[in-house]
Design a binder for this molecule. Structure first.
Ligand code: FCB
Length: 460
């Protein structure tokens, strides 16, 4: 058997560094039509033939809505500090406006209290892509009214849970929701218009800023959550040193990194991307950019891979000889040092949390164990890359593994397994993989090394 990767040195991480695991509502919850939940755009999308690779849906997923107490025990057994999850907007407000669904709010209430009872900090995300279908029928994120509906939802959730959740993230991956959902159409709602996608990014960012402005004054009423947003960011590099490849990589960086980072931290969209988009650039109203740049308490980053671009289209990562995950994504931990370092030099960043990092590999249980060597190695190398960024001065404050459980991987269905815990979908049996055990042991090693001799004696 392959030896486990060595544990990164505990000295590399400060005592208050947050270690966590992440999941997301639609990918694990199931109970798609129970207790008054409304339809989300993903419920509808999954029913359209050809949209999901294995023709599956989120109807049952990991059945987490019914099994959450055991899942919370599982999280506690892993020894993490925090659990990142999202709320399903149509579960708490079926139409995305009007009446609230008390049964849906109660579900999250129980989950949050269950986490806190077990000493785990809840990290809540408001929007992970599962917009209420009723709002999509009114134009979805392309309609400016959805911005105001989202701000109402943020206010309600902060009012209800802000006294207990450590952080509230407005949106997860505005770029993915906008571009994969509205330009390439491979995610819900499955539209194909670049202009719509760019308007959607703008509305997501605007609703983020306005939601922060709505939630911030709630501190006076006991909302203690720190507020921020999570972006998916990847460094883009040229396949060759040719002027065309270098220019294309710069544009790709503009589209994927600067398009969200610049308005959030500099109060304007990058001019090169606006020029490139031309008539597809979003409609922006006066004061929108000021709202978008509302200061945050933290920035979340999801990192999986990098992009290598070639103007001639001759570079293909699949035949490049690089190590790939089952998503076809290159394993490139160095990007997790390079990119945060560049972001840190380029802007004044708040605390930076790695909110998702992990890999799809298909390993099945054998005699009750899952030897997912490649995933364990991936996680260990990316944790080391975070430590390298910190040594260079980047204010990294946490690292969360994607994902706690194997789950519904959007358009790929259940075929792609990202979990550090294996899920047998026929029985819903959970089996921690070797990566989960390595991560648990690593955290124990961290915590033991952090204890001063006096604390160790007190704990005995
Ligand atoms: C991210 C998503 C997450 C999961 C991972 C693999 O882009 O936020 O839900 O699908 O990719």
């Amino acid at each position: 058997m392959n030896p486990s990767p060595p544990f990164p040195s505990p000295q590399l991480f400060p005592k208050d560094f947050v270690w966590g695991v992440a999941t997301i509502t639609f990918q694990i919850e199931g109970a798609a039509a129970e207790d008054g939940k409304g339809l989300s755009i993903w419920d509808t999308f999954c029913r359209q033939p050809g949209r999901i690779a294995d023709a599956s849906s989120g109807d049952i997923a990991c059945d987490h809505c019914h099994r959450w107490p055991a899942d919370v025990d599982l999280i506690a057994d892993l020894g993490v500090d925090a659990y990142r999850f999202s709320i399903s907007w149509p579960r708490v407000q079926p139409d995305g406006m009007g009446a609230w669904n008390e049964a849906g709010l109660d579900f999250y209430e129980r989950l949050i209290d269950g986490l806190i009872e077990r000493g785990i900090k809840p990290y809540l995300t408001l929007n992970h892509g599962d917009l209420p279908e009723a709002l999509q029928l009114r134009g979805g994120w392309a309609a400016r009214d959805t911005v105001h509906r989202f701000v109402d939802c943020a206010r309600q959730i902060a009012h209800r849970f802000g006294d207990r959740v450590a952080t509230i993230t407005t949106h997860n991956e505005a770029w993915v929701i906008a571009v994969l959902g509205h330009e390439t159409g491979i995610f819900a709602p499955g539209l194909k218009s670049r202009a719509t996608a760019m308007q959607v990014v703008h509305h997501l960012l605007l609703s983020h800023g306005l939601a922060l402005q709505a939630m911030r004054p709630m501190r006076a009423q006991g909302c203690k959550s720190r507020l921020g947003v999570v972006l998916n960011l990847s460094p883009s590099g040229p396949a060759t040193g040719s002027a065309e490849d270098v220019a294309l990589a710069r544009l790709e960086d503009g589209r994927s990194v600067r398009w969200c980072m610049d308005p959030l931290f500099k109060g304007h969209y990058p001019q090169d991307v606006l020029d490139h988009l031309s008539a597809d650039a979003p409609h922006i109203e006066p004061d929108d950019l000021t709202a978008i740049a509302t200061p945050m308490d933290f920035l979340g980053l999801n990192y999986y891979t990098r992009a290598v671009v070639s103007a001639s289209g001759s570079f293909d990562v699949k035949t490049s000889g690089k190590v790939l995950t089952e998503m076809g994504w290159e394993v490139h931990p160095e990007g997790l040092t390079e990119l945060p370092l560049r972001m840190h030099h380029d802007r004044t960043l708040p605390a930076l949390y790695l909110k998702e990092n992990g890999a799809a590999f298909s390993d099945e249980p054998v005699d009750g164990r899952v030897h997912d060597v490649a995933r364990t190695d991936y996680i260990a190398r990316h944790i080391a890359a975070v430590a390298d960024a910190m040594k260079l001065g980047v204010p990294m404050a946490g690292y969360m593994v994607w994902s706690l459980l194997d789950n519904f991987e959007w358009a790929s269905g259940y075929d792609k397994r990202f979990g550090i815990v294996h899920v047998d979908y026929a029985t819903q049996r959970r089996t921690p993989k070797d990566s989960a055990l390595w991560h648990r042991d690593f955290l124990q090693h961290q915590k033991a090394a952090r204890q001063t001799p006096a604390q160790a004696t007190a704990a005995d």
